[in-house]
Design a protein around this ligand. Structure first.
Ligand code: SF4
Ligand code: SF4
Length: 271
């Protein structure tokens, strides 16, 4: 989805120079569309973002640059304009035809891979054990990640669950995070621009299904972690015992005078 600026904007202007696509304009200032034509401002009171120029920073950064600098956190995803990473990448290439976009594009859609170099260890484990609903979490720290935590981190948080929708006008498929499926939210089909307003029945049935998944699997993750912890404790005890036994045996070996290489006792003339 494109980024939008809410009316909490304090008009500090910090975001405007950060945008790689010149998609941000001061309130009351006309904007230039991609074809070079001028248009009336989309807001007279606050800084605003021209949606068709916003790529959510795909192609440039791994997070939205405007949101990163905004002191009041009012640069937020526009729930009414859900757009896929592919579409945003195409837009970035259209806006910057001379830029080399070969290789993997920086994108906010890509979460750091668990176990990726020094950056690993999701705190998902801690979160998930504290709250079974939080099967996955995108919080990373420098530590060694366990396989089960790496697995949990592959899954989205409940509110980030992407709900697939079909536009009843053009039959185009698109997806919105569960957070934005709340009844009364006006969504816009990214294909035809038609509006889509989820109703309570749809939201509740999707919410129930998603919650059931997280509840079941959150519990399973907890059980798995407990099993693994016990197994590791058992293994550690056995290892410590075996190590002590081996050390004692080695000590005995080295204390034996008949050990090959041990200094021979000098015998007297008559034995
Ligand atoms: S998300 Fe990126 S591309 Fe979109 S307005 Fe903000 S800085 Fe510009
Ligand atoms: S950084 Fe935030 S508060 Fe400042 S102008 Fe931009 S949107 Fe408004």
């Amino acid at each position: 989805m494109a980024t939008m600026i809410t009316d909490e904007c304090i008009n500090c202007g910090a975001c405007e120079p950060e945008c790689p696509n010149t998609a941000i304009y001061q309130g009351g200032v006309e904007y230039e569309a991609l074809d070079g034509t001028k248009h009336p401002p989309l807001s007279n009171d606050f800084f605003y973002i021209v949606p068709e120029k916003c790529t959510e920073c795909v192609g440039f950064f791994d997070q939205e640059a405007c949101a990163a600098v905004c002191p009041v956190d009012c640069c937020v995803p526009d729930p009414g304009r859900v757009e896929s990473e592919e579409l945003l990448a195409v837009r970035a290439k259209e806006i910057h035809p001379d830029k080399d976009f070969s290789g993997e594009l920086p994108s906010r859609f890509r979460k750091p891979a668990a176990g990726d170099g020094a950056v690993a260890a999701s705190v998902a484990a801690a979160n998930a054990s504290a709250d079974p609903a939080r099967v996955g979490a995108a919080v990373y720290a420098t530590a060694v990640v366990s396989p089960e935590d790496a697995l949990a981190a592959k899954f989205p948080l409940e509110e980030d669950w992407e709900v697939p929708l079909t536009c009843f006008r053009c039959s185009g498929r698109f997806a919105v995070p569960l957070l934005y499926l709340k009844p009364g939210t006006v969504l816009h089909c990214p294909h035809c621009g038609g509006s889509y307003v989820p109703d309570t029945r749809l939201y509740q049935s999707v919410q129930r299904k998603v919650s059931a998944f997280f509840e079941t699997w959150g519990r399973s993750f907890d059980e798995l972690r407990t099993r693994r912890r016990r197994e590791l404790e058992r293994f550690e005890n056995q290892l410590v015992d075996a190590f002590e036994q081996a050390r004692t045996e080695v000590e005995k070996l080295t204390a034996t005078p008949e050990l090959p290489g041990a200094p021979a006792r000098q015998r007297g003339l008559f034995g």
